[in-house]
Design a protein around this ligand. Structure first.
Ligand code: EPZ
Length: 422
């Protein structure tokens, strides 16, 4: 297994291009299942999760071609041969469950493996099931698979989700586009990736309004046609790299970044003493003075502070002046980066869903292990600011969500290299 060697090397300066959003692409790709006509995505990120979704769609009989070095994904699901998403693929990537709604809507049936737990939590699908059952689906769990049927087609309904689940919102909205009648989804998730999905579905002929608010209304139509759609900028990659100059000093411009994607995160950085300003090319980030100040963080559904930036923010708080309390309210086990940061000299106490971080003057490089996607990049950020060398092992986690991370950080002066595993 490869590892990444990072050596603290002082302030970072320059530009980092931000790619298309992994979590938008992973819901846009299954949308091809809703139509017989081709769906093409541009500005797609080059990530292993995208390859996994490609394999899944191909296992269903869809044609999926990756063009222009992976930045364009051309898909057609005119002749599907299966409606079963196999455990072998779903267990690797939970987002595979986003084929459930589209398959059910187009074919009236779907068999999708439950994803099983992952490092950050149990990640059940009860909210997905409740929403699709509200649209008239009959869903049974047996041998680890959800067996969903809607022989007479789905019917629009008014449904309020118990929690604003991103994936459940995506599955329900995609299913409702082909249901008979009107669906009103209440307590819907408001993430930019959902707004991007709806914009793509609208290009395909869907009748949807309210995206980005807690109530989304969908008028079902008989069929959807093909489209071409540009994947929205990745706000989590953006936020991650905004932290690089925050933790190291210097000034970095994130190309393609937009303040609207990271409003609550940028506000937290501002309170910590990091300036974020919009330029015509993106966002420029720099520390306002020597050392950042501790701030408290609570993770919430969008537009609150994103759970996917909690690990990275913790790395910054490890070097801040004072004590910060980070409360993780979305996932039940998302502090696995904490003990690794402690190996680097951080002062962190975890009690349940709360981590108390007391900043230290200097982190020290050490061998550390990536445990999940966002933890892996949190350790790289810490390594950029640490004295000496940090080796991050198990970087296959990183490859799921960050394209060309070594090249992008080298480009702003970081001392970082990928070490091929034996
Ligand atoms: C999406 O996951 C993202 N993944 C996650 O990003 C992100 O952390 C999460 O939303 C929250 O923003 C993709 O978009 C591919 P949820 P999702 O359904 O849809 C519980 C990353 O690092 N829940 O909003 O799975 C669930 O257990 C990944 O890129 C139920 O209880 O998130 C969790 O505690 C990690 N029942 C909470 O809700 C359900 O049926 C949030 O889950 C569904 C979810």
């Amino acid at each position: 297994m490869d590892s990444i060697l990072v050596t603290g090397n002082g302030p970072l300066n320059g530009q980092i291009p931000i790619a298309g959003a992994k979590n938008a692409c992973l819901t846009l790709m299954p949308a091809t299942l809703l139509s017989e006509e081709p769906l093409t995505l541009t500005n797609a990120p080059r990530l292993s999760d995208i390859k996994t979704m490609t394999q899944l769609l191909q296992s269903l009989g869809a044609e999926v071609s990756s063009l222009q070095d992976g930045q364009v994904i051309a898909m057609s699901s005119h002749d599907l041969t299966s409606q079963t998403a196999d455990y072998e693929i779903v267990r690797k990537m939970r987002a595979s469950n986003l084929v459930l709604g589209p398959l059910l809507a187009r074919f009236g049936q779907a068999v999708v493996s439950l994803p099983g737990g992952c490092a950050i939590g149990a990640r059940p699908m009860d909210l997905h099931v409740e929403g699709l059952e509200a649209l008239g689906a009959d869903i049974e769990l047996s041998d680890g698979y959800l067996h969903a049927k809607a022989p007479g087609g789905l019917k629009g309904a008014v449904h309020e989700m118990r929690f604003a689940s991103v994936g459940a919102t995506e599955n329900i909205v995609m299913a409702a586009t082909l249901a008979k009648g009107t669906t009103v989804l209440k307590n819907a998730a408001r993430e930019p990736e959902i707004v991007d999905l709806v914009e793509c579905l609208r290009k395909m002929g869907a009748q949807i309004s309210g995206e980005g608010t807690s109530t989304i209304e969908i008028q079902g139509v008989d069929r959807l046609h093909g489209a071409t759609h540009q994947v929205v900028t990745d706000r989590i990659e953006l936020g991650t790299y905004m932290l690089a100059p925050a933790i190291c000093g210097g000034e970095v411009e994130l190309l393609g970044g937009r303040m609207s994607l990271v409003e609550s995160f940028a506000a937290k950085l501002d309170a910590a003493g990091v300036s974020v300003t919009e330029t015509e090319k993106g966002l420029k980030v720099a520390r306002k003075n020597g050392r950042v100040a501790s701030v408290d963080v609570v993770t919430e559904p969008f537009p609150g502070f994103p759970t996917d930036l909690q690990a990275q923010m913790m790395a910054l708080m490890c070097t801040a002046e004072g004590t910060s309390v980070l409360e993780e309210r979305i996932f039940e086990n998302r502090f696995m980066h904490a003990p690794e940061l402690v190996r680097m000299g951080a002062n962190i106490e975890v009690h349940g869903g709360t981590a108390t971080v007391t900043g230290v003057n200097q982190l020290k490089g050490a061998p550390v292990m990536a445990t999940d996607l966002r933890a892996s990049v949190s350790l790289i950020l810490a390594g950029l600011a640490a004295e000496g060398e940090t080796t991050v092992s198990r970087v296959y986690h990183l490859d799921r969500g960050y394209e060309h991370v070594v090249r992008k950080l080298e480009g702003v002066g970081a001392k970082i290299e990928r070490i091929k595993g034996q």
